[in-house]
Design a protein around this ligand. Structure first.
Ligand code: UD2
Length: 375
């Protein structure tokens, strides 16, 4: 069994790294053990020979997790359609593979647009969403319109198009304040923000579509995904994107609360791996999976890590906590390891270093910004 190890957030980086290696080794052993029978099962489930080219629709494919997923699908030689309204996504995220995919600018809130994008799709990976807990607290109606109504459109179109499976992005926010760690899929969800509710409703709709119409769906509860292409520029951006750019600009990162809150921050390549496995795994229709690393780190420890990576000594500013925030979050990934063959390949520390490097190479520095303004 691939179980989450360690429930304390404030362990040293060395013991966190050791924990991560243990989780990874167990998961890899399990995957190796199962790999032969799994390959056979997947092939018979799909009626396929290995290497068969499939057609994927990625909603939100120009966004952060979406474009990283599209890159991998293209690398594997699949046919990809991206549907994205570019409200958060960017065409530049797809620049390198633009001539190898079909890009459609459009919104999931228009079912006819979704139907058109879904023509002949084998699999749908539904990532388009309005993210951010605080944004949902500010505007729950808009969050509901996109995350609930939009998801319902995707499910209706998928049912009618008879796709093989819909994999949808759910969220760890569904667990709410349940104090038990790590979070296991068998726990009763209790979301405490409109965003958490909207993501949980998406899961429930997906399961109901399985029961009512036989639609095959898998929901992935992502645990705080971070990495290259996460937009750092909005007040609603993920905390690691904001912290990395603050460190690059040598400005002060702001922590909401006392910084002891913790997250199972998960590097984006782990989520991409899960997305692809979830499309093809046999006998998982209607299931919900946690996708994380199985460990957690506090925001104060994140600041320490960034000081080490960047060779600086920056202290955070502490502001009041945000409404709707959960205190601690950590995934039990046993079920994803067992049934999907998922292994978190990239640890938090390695992911943070790669992410910092990416922002360092791609983000304009304050001096460059100033030059642009005066040019
Ligand atoms: C939630 C989900 C996550 C994903 C995400 C999408 C949980 C546990 N996680 O992420 O899986 O669905 O929503 O938006 O529900 N913070 C600061 N300073 C900042 C920004 C944030 O201190 O500048 C804090 C924030 O108050 C929170 C933590 O950092 O305690 C993480 O915030 P976040 O917005 O990156 O992600 P979170 O946990 O709301």
């Amino acid at each position: 069994m691939c179980t989450a190890i360690g429930s304390r957030a404030s362990t040293s980086p060395a013991s966190r790294a050791a924990n991560f290696e243990r989780i990874k080794t167990r998961a890899a052993r399990l995957s190796r053990f199962r790999s032969f029978s799994r390959r056979l099962a997947v092939r018979s489930h799909l009626g396929l020979q290995e290497g068969h080219r499939m057609r994927y629709l990625i909603t939100g494919g120009a966004g952060f997790i979406g474009s990283n997923t599209v890159d991998e699908l293209v690398r594997r030689g699949h046919s990809v359609v991206v549907l994205d309204d570019l409200s958060a996504g960017k065409e530049e995220n797809l620049a390198e593979i633009r001539n190898k995919i079909t890009f459609m600018k459009g919104t999931i809130t228009d079912i006819e647009v979704v139907r058109k994008a879904m023509q002949e799709a084998d699999y749908v990976i539904h990532l388009a969403a309005r993210t951010s807990v605080p944004r949902s607290v500010k505007d729950p109606v808009e969050t509901n319109r996109i995350n609930v109504d939009g998801t319902l459109n995707v499910l209706c179109a998928a049912r009618d198009a008879k796709v093989k499976r819909v994999v949808l992005a759910a969220s760890s926010s569904a667990y709410g304040e349940t104090p038990t760690l790590p979070k296991v899929e068998t726990m009763q969800p209790a979301p405490i923000s409109p965003y958490g509710v909207s993501k949980y409703v998406g899961e429930l709709y997906a399961q109901a579509f399985g029961k009512c119409y036989g639609l095959d769906t898998v929901a992935l509860r992502y645990f705080n995904i971070f990495g290259p292409r996460q937009d750092p520029s909005s007040p609603y951006s993920g905390v690691l994107a904001k912290f990395c750019t603050a460190f690059l600009e040598s400005s002060v990162p702001v922590i909401f609360g006392d910084g002891s809150q913790s997250r199972d921050f998960t590097f984006v390549s782990n989520a991409v791996q899960a997305n692809l496995l979830a499309c093809e795994a046999p006998s998982v229709a209607g299931k919900v999976f946690n996708i994380g690393t199985g460990s957690r780190i506090s925001l104060n420890d994140v600041i320490d890590s960034l000081n080490k990576i960047s060779g600086q000594k920056i202290a955070a500013q502490y502001d009041p906590p945000r409404d709707g925030d959960i205190r601690d979050s950590q995934a039990d990934i046993s079920q994803a390891c067992d049934l999907l063959g998922y292994t978190p390949e990239v640890s938090f520390q390695e992911g943070l270093a790669r992410t910092y490097e990416w922002y360092s190479a791609t983000q304009p520095r304050p001096a460059a910004k100033a030059e642009k303004l005066t040019a």
